[in-house]
Design a binder for this molecule. Structure first.
Ligand code: ADP
Ligand code: MG
Length: 319
């Protein structure tokens, strides 16, 4: 199968390439044309996943297709952007029809979930890797950056953190556990659900936001530095995960909640006046701490003792 046949069969004819509002021209020309409405800004983010580095060499292509798009779409959620379109640069060692069919199906599923149209890409031969670039739209000046946290704001998360990190042991086949524990954790890793509607609901309310990709502690460090405030995490307020706590025990579960990446849950700062309204609509969110004058991120236990781990999140090599 030649390059053009491959593009046509698996990508250009895919449901997610059918075009959408805000896409003036899709796959097939030298460039796609995006047409956000007047008064909107374009939010753009790109992520590369490399086999053996960001996912196991041997894995289900359907899950990989889902995950490749989800991790980028999560960046749109973190900015409060509305999904518009994406491009896919795919490097493949061989044109394996079964693999491509599974990958395209996973990609389509997540594109449909997120409301993202495939508008272009590139297809090359080489070691397996994929780069997804996502485009979103946001009313000018309303994007949620990392830089607006204020002293007195609440520190919040959009849901459970740490489960994808717990799943990594299972993904790498290092640990065997009962299906009822493994399944919710593996689902978190392979099919992260970008918090797109929630991110948009945070516009005009949250003062700073990001998606947790390097671990809550490290990512709170990004908000702290960008905003010029200190952040305090009260560890006992981090949402519970029965599966994670059963797999690892309370102490290692807490380490995962603070240090593990890959969950793609939003973390944000919120003036207290917005809490009741937001929580009524999004009951899975949780207040986990606060912004104070100063710098850095501290973790406190139930008695208020400082238990900040010395090492932050997982620092990726060249990422
Ligand atoms: P060019 O030579 O202009 O870069 P290509 O031959 O690489 O064009 O691609 C032809 C068309 O197919 C372009 O519109 C490109 O965006 C699209 N395309 C190529 N690879 C992919 C892919 N993996 N997914 C989606 N679209 C793709
Ligand atoms: Mg090209």
């Amino acid at each position: 199968m030649g390059e053009f046949e491959l593009i046509r069969r698996y990508f250009a004819s895919a449901a997610c390439a059918a075009g959408a509002e805000g896409v003036a021209l899709g796959i097939g020309d030298d460039c796609a044309l995006l047409a956000p409405a007047p008064g909107e800004q374009l939010a753009v983010s790109t992520d590369t996943l490399v086999a053996g580095v960001h996912f196991p060499e041997v894995c289900d292509p359907f899950l990989l297709g889902q995950r490749a798009l989800a991790v980028s779409a999560s960046d749109l959620a973190a900015m409060g952007a509305t999904p518009l379109a994406f491009t896919l640069a795919l490097t493949l060692p061989t044109a394996d029809a079964a693999w491509l069919e599974g990958f395209a199906r996973g990609l389509n599923r997540m594109a449909h979930n997120c409301g993202l149209a495939l508008v272009g890409g590139d297809t090359t031969r080489g070691p397996l890797s994929m780069t997804v670039t996502v485009f979103g739209r946001v009313p000018a000046g309303q994007a949620l950056t990392r830089a607006g946290a204020q002293v007195g704001d609440l520190l919040c998360v959009g849901g459970v953190v740490g489960e994808a990190g717990g799943a990594l042991e299972l993904v790498l086949g290092r640990q065997q556990v009962a299906a009822e524990i493994a399944e919710p954790l593996l689902a978190r890793y392979w099919s992260p659900q970008p918090q797109l509607a929630f991110g948009q609901a945070l516009r005009g309310k949250a003062t700073a936001a990001l998606d947790v990709s390097d671990g809550l502690l490290a990512d709170c460090g990004h908000i702290s530095r960008a905003s010029g405030v200190a952040l305090v995490i009260e560890s006992e307020r981090l949402p519970a995960s029965a599966a994670l706590e059963t797999l690892l025990g309370a102490e290692r579960a807490l380490q995962q909640k603070l240090g593990a990446g890959d969950d793609y849950v939003l973390a944000f700062t919120l003036p207290p006046r917005h809490l009741a309204e937001l929580q009524a609509q999004w009951p899975q969110m949780a207040v986990v701490g606060r912004a104070e004058a100063g710098e850095g991120v501290r973790v406190l236990d139930a008695r208020g003792q400082d238990i900040t781990p010395r090492q932050g999140g997982y620092l990726h090599f060249m990422e």
